[in-house]
Design a protein around this ligand. Sequence first.
Ligand SMILES: [Zn+2]
Length: 221
Amino acid sequence: MRLLGGVERLLSEKYWEGARGFTLTEAMRVAIAAQAALVTLTLGVDAYQHVKAIVVHPSTVVVRTPRPGPVPGTFDDSPIELIGEAHGRQGPVILAWDAVSADIRVRGYHGRNVVIHEFVHKLDMLDGVVDGTPPLADDAARRRWKQVTDAEFDSLRSGSPDPLLRDYAATDPGEFFAVAAEVFFTRPVDLATAKPALYGIYRDFFRQDPAARRARSARAG
Ligand SMILES: [Zn+2]
């Protein structure tokens, strides 16, 4: 069982920590590891080699990280609410348990999944930059990736309503990839139907076909 092997490695090889006195139980760790391992079912959990730690807060994290302000040379440290964060290439994945458990309660079929989102940022970062393009096989694959995702991203930026991709995907190409990957894993049939080109490049990158999986399980009843 590939999935089980991946889950066991994430549980044993990563440093898991409950933040702010939060008691992180075995069941919670397994739930998070299973979702992260599903993303790399075929790629293998070595793709998370730079993830040393997974830090889980009880609920939404409010941070005041100084960041470049709207005017060059200024800084903005107003509070921002985070339900998850993938901190730098070597940094921890930070999650809010209330958001993780909300995704699990609806079996993830609403197109959102914070664990998938943050771990996909980590795959994006494998080449050192969060730009919405993970390391790909060759130039042809990179050109195809850019062509397909730029078209979808530009359409969102222009304000076209999208039934599958929430507005947050229009933030930047990195967020686009993470949000669209949530939909790829949680509403694969809808994505394959509505955006076959986007579905196709993700199927090739993740080397798995969740829509076909969903169809098989539907036939099996
Ligand atoms: Zn994000």
